[in-house]
Design a binder for this molecule. Structure first.
Ligand code: ZN
Length: 179
């Protein structure tokens, strides 16, 4: 079934289709679903989106998602302050938390080195990781960048960058397996 391209429903479809992984067909299905849903229930989704955009920011220390200045892990004194696990995206943190008994801290790069896309060392804020190591107390940095060419290049870059600071650097593969 097609949708009138000028209508209110078409406007919703146009917004939904911008989401990652949502094609035109899924967007139409979601739009029709929301149309049939009770008003309160549908608006709960709108409210949840607004709350996330108004209430969340990035942690000042590790750049994970945070409700205040620091995220839940940086705020937790029971976490092992001597370990930093480096990930590309905040979503990987939650995968790590679900998977294993890691009790250290995190550092989120919010990307990976990708010279072809113009993403250089300054864009992944590797310096912020170095600053944390230089501040002392960190014994081990675990690189959990994605198993992609960009993720590997980032891990190699960070290993070299951290070498002068006498911290143990290890590599671990989380995220989406390749091949
Ligand atoms: Zn944090």
């Amino acid at each position: 079934m097609g949708i009138d391209q000028r209508g209110l429903l078409a406007r919703l479809v146009k917004e939904l289709v911008r989401l990652p992984g949502v094609g035109q067909k899924s967007a139409q299905r979601l739009a029709f679903h929301l149309l049939k849903t009770e008003r309160d229930e549908a608006l709960r989704l709108a409210d949840a989106i607004r709350a996330v955009k108004d209430g969340l920011a990035f942690c000042r220390q590790c750049r994970n998602i945070a409700e205040g200045e620091l995220c839940e892990f940086c705020l937790d004194p029971k976490r092992d302050q001597s370990k930093i696990l480096v990930v590309e995206e905040p979503s990987t943190i939650y995968a790590v938390e679900r998977a294993a008994g890691y009790r250290g801290l995190y550092h989120v790069l919010l990307g990976s080195l990708s010279p072809l896309d113009g993403v250089g060392p300054g864009d992944i804020r590797a310096d912020e990781l170095v600053e944390r190591v230089k501040a002392g107390g960190v014994e081990e940095v675990i690189l959990a960048t994605n198993p992609t060419i960009e993720g590997e290049a980032t891990a190699i870059y960070l290993t070299r960058l951290l070498k002068p600071f006498g911290v143990r650097v290890s590599r671990i593969a989380y995220g989406i397996p390749v091949g």
